[in-house]
Ligand binder design. Structure first.
Ligand code: SF4
Ligand code: SF4
Length: 427
């Protein structure tokens, strides 16, 4: 059975074979969403003809209950050429790209990577009104290279608070080992800047020869791709590829699971392959060096939220847990829905910019539901490894009346605390 998630497995499988990223979700050349939709009786049918209308996708979707049409029904209507009612429905704005449907589709259809971007692309091309916040984020990315609408020079301001040198590639003028793509939220968002600062200190402490792109960096574009802004995504890819070609480095690391997802699975399908790791992999591989530096105890029950890109998409379940277990004092406890069954935080694939629409349709945010799973473990810390999640879950702790019951920390923050002590003094 193609594309089935096996309990306890890593990533998606076909029989006993673990599917590679390309096999799982690569967007095939020639299946561009807009062309797929412009002639539903040719390209669209070709892509989704194998749909057996089993309904697994709707059953797996955490927001299907609020959709005017489930993915199954949308596929049926689209195959029949009846796109209009789908495009005018709420369903295309309620997908948060959690990949649950894709992971469970028995025919291996790329519902998340093809269907929803295609529908959104068609809505954009048809001139239909887009949700305001969503449109603003895309406009910002067109104008500034980031969805927050911040200027390029501010991209590096976070580094002033890191307390360690943060080399910029354009100033280094030599090959270096590791190119760190900081990405947009850790560069600009105050809640995530502390995570970037922690990462800089950790990389320094373990002796990594790294550089960042600084003001030259633009968004990698994964959420823009999933949001259906094909033209914007293509322009970001073009910019990023020519920028990366300027520098000589050994590998790329990032703290953003979406950037990791795109560089691992989508850029290669467009002809550009990079050696790329998320920081949880990169640091887990260096635990021999890192562990002796973790000298301060972090006495806490900690539960880890598997984000969709690292987990369901890329099968990275063990590395974040290895890092957490390496911190003295940490007791790791699991949520009932963990690993491949984890519930999405609701922020991916443009979900960050669709909160209002989702709230109006569903009466909740997925992060509110997920925080309930975390609280049920009795943990005092919810650990995350995606920049979107800290502020989302902190908001949810407040909106569900649980502020003070639990704190949300990126794994980077916990490692940094264990390295330096709570006050930040050097160990
Ligand atoms: S799970 Fe796959 S085969 Fe089943 S209805 Fe959904 S898209 Fe079609
Ligand atoms: S990706 Fe997630 S939110 Fe989107 S349709 Fe599939 S299951 Fe639902």
């Amino acid at each position: 059975m193609p594309g089935r998630v096996r309990p306890g497995g890593e990533g998606l499988h076909r029989g006993d074979e673990v599917l590679s990223g390309d096999q799982q979700f690569a967007v095939p050349a020639g299946s561009a969403p807009s062309s797929a939709l412009s002639d539903p009786r040719t390209a669209w049918q070709w892509e989704f003809n194998p749909c057996i209308q089993c309904g697994m996708c709707g059953g797996a979707c955490p927001l299907a209950f609020a959709m005017d049409h489930t993915p199954r029904r949308a596929i049926y209507l689209a195959k029949e050429g009846l796109l209009d009612p789908v495009l005018r429905s709420n369903m295309l704005w309620l997908c948060v790209s959690c990949y649950n449907c894709t992971a469970r589709c028995p025919t291996g259809l790329k519902i998340t990577d093809i269907l929803f971007p295609a529908l959104r692309d068609a809505a954009i091309n048809a001139g239909l009104q887009l949700p305001g916040e969503f449109k603003k984020a895309l406009d910002n990315t067109y104008r500034y290279g980031n969805s927050l609408g911040e200027g390029p020079r501010k991209r590096i301001e976070w580094a002033k608070g890191a307390g360690v040198p943060v080399p910029v590639a354009s100033q280094l003028r030599r090959p270096f080992d590791v190119l760190w793509l900081v990405e947009c939220y850790p560069s600009y968002h105050p809640r995530n800047q502390v995570q970037a600062q922690a990462m800089a200190r950790i990389l320094r402490a373990v002796g990594v020869d790294f550089a960042i792109l600084g003001p030259e960096e633009h968004c990698v574009g994964d959420c823009e791709r999933l949001a259906g802004e094909k033209g914007l995504f293509e322009s970001l890819v073009e910019y990023n590829v020519s920028l990366l070609d300027k520098y000589e480095f050994g590998e790329i690391i990032t703290s953003d699971p979406h950037a990791f997802n795109s560089l691992t699975r989508v850029y290669p399908a467009l002809g550009k392959t990079y050696p790329v790791k998320h920081y949880v992999q990169f640091l887990a591989e260096r635990l021999d060096t890192l562990k002796p530096l973790l000298t301060h105890r972090v006495e806490a029950r900690v539960t880890y939220h598997d984000n969709c890109c690292l987990g369901r998409m890329c099968g990275l379940y063990d590395a974040p847990r290895e890092l957490l277990r390496a911190i003295p004092g940490v007791t790791l406890v699991e949520m009932p829905f963990a690993r491949e069954n984890a519930l999405c935080c609701g922020g991916g694939g443009g979900g960050m910019w669709l909160d209002t629409v989702i709230w109006q349709a569903a009466g909740e945010r997925l992060s509110d539901r997920r925080i309930g799973h975390a609280l049920a473990t009795g943990a005092g810390i919810l650990a995350v490894s995606c920049p979107f999640e800290s502020s989302r879950f902190e908001d949810s702790l407040k909106s569900t009346g649980n502020e003070g019951t639990m704190v949300v920390r990126d794994i980077l923050e916990l490692l940094d605390e264990s390295m330096r002590g709570r006050g930040g003094a050097a160990a």
